[in-house]
Design a protein around this ligand. Sequence first.
Ligand code: ZN
Length: 225
Amino acid sequence: MRKLTYLGHSAFYIEKDWDGVLIDPFITGNPLANFDYKQKRISHILVTHAHLDHLGDAIAISKHSGAPIIAVVELAHYCLEKGAKAIGINIGGKLNLPWGSVKFLPAIHSSSNPDLPYGGVAASLLIDIEGTVIYHAGDTSLMSDFSLIGELYNPYYAILPIGGFYTMDIFDAATAAKMLYAPEIIPMHYNTFSNIKADVQKFADLIEAQGQKCLPLKVNEYVEL
Ligand code: ZN
């Protein structure tokens, strides 16, 4: 069985046989998260950009599990310097993995943290798990690239930030969902902090009105892929 579990904010955990894949593992300091990575199998850690609510615990998890962090080269280099395992990739590039592949695609956002003034550019992720295609948009503005991504890669699940302020709000994210043309939409990056509060029911209504399905996962809730 393959499961995609929401860990809060932009963090997700994908389990498949012996493999476990973490995305943007912001656990420590995340008021919504309740995930003990030491009890889980983790083979790869995907990080969209260097902001601490996305890089999160990635370095500690890599050191504990031995799993490589897969990130844009500048950020990957930083993780290596901190003693983690890391694989540096760049926008447009694809990495084949035992369970499928991950392709790094554009996001309109920045990428840095207090310890890393320039983390390369921010990315979104196209993740293929044995033919099930998941698009994780990272942090981003609405962008015309969504149409191309939808047309070329046919994601089944689109995971989109809806909290506004740092990213798209519910209205921009609903437009993004339409452009991506994914059957099932999972909202993220909302309600973690007071400045990214979002009306997830209103978002779900917008998505359903477009003929798409909205899956507003609660923390630690999962979908079977
Ligand atoms: Zn960010």
